[in-house]
Ligand binder design. Structure first.
Ligand code: ZN
Length: 314
């Protein structure tokens, strides 16, 4: 964490990384220099039902405000599907999806009402991507992608100065892939498509085939199959978006040998079509620079952007 002089008077923002299992809340101070950022206080709250979870988050921020840590704005990087259309009357609302009991919960209106601060909201992966571009593995790049590989798969994409997919958001987890020759019979775990990317390569899919990924040796065929699918996803991104950086995050990427397997299979699949050297591919496909905190810092970026340009958030 960078801590520089001059942060004392810097603005404080409220950030939430709203995940399916945990809501991470923090007050983050951002200075004018690019690396000036400091977490002043934080809490992790288990995701249960909306009322309990959101009221505990609000109580944390209210308590800190009473102690003098008043946020100027809040940013939320949230699990989805979620309405992120600024023009929509339901902007900020969780839509019907796999997280039972959360459909029709509007995070934006809840916190605006509970805390009297303006709230900006986007997907968890868009938030993580913005933070990685500001401070992490994609710092200094003009176009980048962030894919999370956890219980599900999602992606945030940024090019030409903006997040891609607005006023909705990408659903990159549901693209179709070529099957690995040793993985022809597995039906896949996506309830909608079966064997889409998420259906074949999420942690859920790997677990259903082979058991707990943590128990698999690096040589297990499951990792080769996993890398084959993730490499196809990276190929598709490279050939369409042409990003400077593809960041692979999420729980499954904590397996230290997986990243190199993906790079290797990426090279096999693309067959030098873009003239990338081994070093180019190592630079292109990376893991998050902010680790587990990318979503939370993404919340801070969203809040800061809202504070700088409130007129965009009608
Ligand atoms: Zn699907």
């Amino acid at each position: 964490m960078a801590m520089n002089d001059g942060l004392e008077t810097a603005p404080i923002f409220a950030a939430i990384d709203a995940g399916g299992t945990t809501f991470k809340c923090a007050l983050i101070q951002l200075g004018s220099e690019q690396n000036d950022r400091k977490v002043l206080a934080g809490i992790r709250i288990p995701t249960t039902n909306p009322n309990e979870t959101l009221s505990r988050c609000a109580a944390f921020f209210q308590e800190k405000a009473a102690q003098g840590l008043q946020a100027l704005a809040m940013g939320i990087a949230s699990f989805g599907p979620i309405d992120v259309d600024l023009q929509s009357p339901n902007y900020g609302m969780i839509l019907d999806g796999p997280k039972l009991g959360w459909a029709a919960t509007n995070l934006k209106t809840y916190f605006e009402s509970a805390l009297s601060v303006p709230v900006s909201i986007d997907t968890d992966v868009n938030g993580a991507l913005l933070a990685e571009m500001e401070w992490g593995a994609a710092k200094g790049t003009k176009s980048a992608a962030y894919i999370t590989i956890g219980t599900g798969i999602g992606a945030g994409l940024f090019a030409n100065g903006a997040l891609i997919g607005k006023p909705a958001h990408p659903e990159f987890g549901h693209i179709r892939l070529k099957r690995h020759k040793a993985d022809r019979d597995f039906k896949g775990v996506c309830s909608i498509h079966g064997d889409c990317l998420e259906g074949l390569a999420s942690a859920t899919a790997l677990t259903q085939r082979y058991g707990d990924p943590k128990s698999l040796s690096p040589e297990h065929i499951g990792w080769e199959i996993e890398a084959f699918y993730l490499a196809q996803a990276c190929n598709i991104l490279s050939l369409t978006l042409r990003p400077n950086k593809i960041i692979l995050g999420g729980g499954l990427m904590l397996a230290p040998h997986l990243l190199d397997k993906v790079r290797e299979q990426y090279a096999n699949l693309i067959n030098n079509y873009l003239g990338q050297s081994r070093a180019d591919i190592e630079s292109l496909i990376a893991t998050p620079g902010l680790g587990d905190d990318a979503g939370l810092f993404g919340g801070a970026v969203l809040a800061s952007d809202l504070h700088k340009a409130p007129k965009l958030m009608v």
